[in-house]
Design a protein around this ligand. Sequence first.
Ligand code: FMN
Length: 239
Amino acid sequence: MCDTIILNHYFISEIKEIKDNKIPVIVSVFGDTNEVYLEVATKAEKAGADAIEINISCPHAEVASIGIDKDLTFEIVKFLKEKLHVPLFIKLNPNVTNLGEIALAAEKGGADGVVAINTVAAMVIDVKSKRPILAHGSGGLSGRAIHPIAMKKVYDLYRILKIPIIGCGGIDSWEDVVEFFLAGASAVQIGTALYNGTEIITNINEGVTNYLKDNEYKSINDIRGLAHQFKTQEVPDFD
Ligand SMILES: Cc1cc2nc3c(=O)[nH]c(=O)nc-3n(C[C@H](O)[C@H](O)[C@H](O)COP(=O)(O)O)c2cc1C
């Protein structure tokens, strides 16, 4: 969950173990101040992290989200970029009206990429007790339901950003992954679907590979952003 403020020795030994097996590792960091983000990110970097992702967008956290403010986003990215040596990715909060401005602030601050999206603010109320079921009242919706929302964010961000976008949200099949690449993503993340087991990764790899072969593409890079070649009548959110 989002409260990994202290990167304790368990996480450090886990990062080291993954690195010992020669697997690239991107460490997700959360904090309540710029200094805490730096402290945790530095520990992760020293443990061998190949890149750091900062979560500035957790809907479960009590601290005010940096990710809802473009100036705070710019400041934290610039602050961390001056001190870290590995690539820095910024996980974006979809629950804002100015996502484009916030993403551009991250890019201006020196971010190496953005991750879109974190969970979508949501809530459930128990009809018997009449109270919200989550302790904080609301939380974040993930999984299939948010895939079209994530698609729209990635599609619109691709039109304005120069840095790469990592697509995330509701991936459940290889088609979802291809869709993200067509919208402009350079990589993807899978969260909720992993609750059903890690076989999804093998299935997606197979599905994407077959799709590329069947359509005579050499690489996933050949399909990145292809959906933008079609004119739509829609006015994008971030123009
Ligand atoms: C149980 C759970 C815990 C999560 N914890 C984090 C977290 O600590 N940091 C973060 O950046 N995102 C966190 N997320 C958000 C996911 O990384 C992802 O952005 C989101 O769930 C959308 O992807 P998905 O539909 O594939 O799950 C969490 C999501 C879930 C469901």
